[in-house]
Each structure stands twice: as structure tokens, then as C-alpha cells.
Design a binder for this molecule. Structure first.
Ligand code: CA
Length: 253
């Protein structure tokens, strides 16, 4: 069975005692029960693949597995995942090469690297290749699950907050915080307009762009009204008017 002894000993107990499985939405990890987090497991050891995929499915993940680096790379590039568990020692394409190739193609999915090599230099190599976390074999199953939860939570936290000039926009609460001032709650439309601009801060959006992206059922004059609302709530510098072209995220006051 290899060296995952601690994990196996805890395994049955872990499942029985887990009062709030991930699929119940604990920690806000899952937006709805219909939408389980998708996990890609890339590992070449069959017994470990079986054990981990059973356990991860039981935790509420929808799991795809790949047992060599080539297949793992293909899945990572062609499907969308919420988290990846990646073994370092893989046939065809080595784990860290695979990760570097995913990152160079713009795939930012949070990734935990598993490795039989656990020395500090090895961990650094994993993090340098673009891993968010690194776990040495033999590992404890509970620790792996906890790290995966933390990884997804961190990722969701960052993904749901957009930077503003001198502040931040929280898409879940629709609150914009500018400097040290109290958070300001935005209407749904105000938030959508600001999030669109803040999602691509270097782009100038024409009125037509914004009408299509944000105000699909209204005329273009409504855009100016909402820009005015945002400036009144968050300061003039939050949105810049680019004369003759449209609007862009501001550069602050
Ligand atoms: Ca391996």
C-alpha cells in the first residue's frame, strides 16, 4: 500500500466524523449543491489514484483523473477546473514541467503538488514552477483535504475582489472600499459597471461596449447616469472619461 499509512488509518474515521462535508457548502466553498467543485487529479500510482479519487468524490468534488503527464496536460488545457492535485514524478511529462506549461498558457487554476521528495529545495522548485501549495509523501489525508479547502478558499477570495484605484471592489457584497473610508454599497447596476471596467483596467470601453455588457435593456444615456452615480459615491477619479472614445477605470483622484 506504500507509505500513506497515516492516511489509511484515518480514512474511515475521517468520513464518518466529518459533520459538515464540503458539499454542504461549509466555508462557502461551493456556491450551490448543483455546482460541485471540479478537481483534476494527476497521479500515476493506481492505488493512490483509487484511494484519492474515492475520498475526493466523497468530499463533494467532481474528479477527473490522469495517470500520465501528457493526459494531465491535455485535460488541464482543455477543461476548466477549480483545483488541481499534481504528482511530481509522472510518466510522459514530469509534474513541474506540466505545471510550467499550464501556467505559460494562462491556466491559473490553484494547484497542490504532491511529491515523494520533501526537502526544502524541492519545495522551492515546486513553488517556483507555479504551485500554490506543496505536500510531501507520505501525507496525512486530513491534511491534504484541509489544504485543498484552504487553497480554494484563498483563490475564491482573491477572484471575487477586484482592485480599484486606491481601493477594492468586493463582488459578493457589492461593496467598494476606497482607502481608509468606510465601505460603500453599490447597486447591482453600479457594481456591474464598475466590475466591467475594473476587470480590464487598461481597456477603454466604448458606450456600445458598456451598453452590451452591462445595460442590455437600456439606452446609452443611462451609462452616463451610472458613471455619475459611481463618481458621486466613490470620488471623481474612480472612472475616467476618454474623450471621443468612452470610459476606462480611473487612476484615482
Ligand atoms: Ca509518481
Amino acid at each position: 500500500m506504500g507509505d500513506y499509512g497515516a492516511g489509511f488509518r484515518n480514512w474511515g474515521e475521517t468520513r464518518v466524523n466529518r459533520a459538515h462535508p464540503i458539499r454542504a457548502g461549509k466555508n462557502g466553498l461551493v456556491s450551490s449543491p448543483e455546482d460541485p467543485p471540479r478537481l483534476l487529479l494527476i497521479e500515476d500510482e493506481p492505488k493512490l489514484v483509487d484511494m484519492l479519487s474515492t475520498l475526493l468524490v466523497d468530499e463533494g468534488y467532481e474528479v477527473d483523473t490522469a495517470t500520465d503527464g501528457q493526459r494531465g496536460l491535455h485535460l488541464g488545457l482543455t477543461r476548466r477546473y477549480d483545483v488541481v492535485v499534481l504528482d511530481r514524478g509522472l510518466p510522459a511529462v514530469e509534474g513541474l514541467d506540466l505545471l510550467i506549461r499550464l501556467r505559460s498558457r494562462g491556466v491559473t487554476v490553484p494547484t497542490l503538488v504532491l511529491s515523494a521528495l520533501g526537502n526544502p529545495a524541492d519545495r522551492v522548485a515546486g513553488l517556483d514552477a507555479g504551485a500554490e501549495d506543496y505536500l510531501a509523501k507520505p501525507f496525512d489525508i486530513d491534511e491534504l483535504l484541509a489544504r485543498l479547502r484552504a487553497l480554494r478558499r484563498r483563490h475564491l477570495d482573491t477572484a471575487r475582489v477586484l482592485p480599484l484605484p486606491g481601493g477594492a471592489l468586493d463582488l459578493d457584497t457589492r461593496q467598494a472600499t476606497m482607502g481608509s473610508e468606510a465601505p460603500v454599497r453599490l447597486s447591482e447596476r453600479e457594481c456591474a459597471l464598475l466590475a466591467t471596467l475594473a476587470g480590464r483596467p487598461s481597456r477603454v470601453f466604448t458606450r456600445t461596449d458598456l451598453q452590451v455588457l452591462v445595460f442590455d435593456d437600456a439606452g446609452q444615456d443611462v451609462i452616463e447616469t451610472y458613471v455619475h452615480y459611481l463618481r458621486r459615491k466613490l470620488g471623481r477619479g474612480v472612472v475616467d472619461t476618454v474623450r471621443g472614445r468612452g470610459y476606462q477605470l480611473g487612476r484615482g483622484k
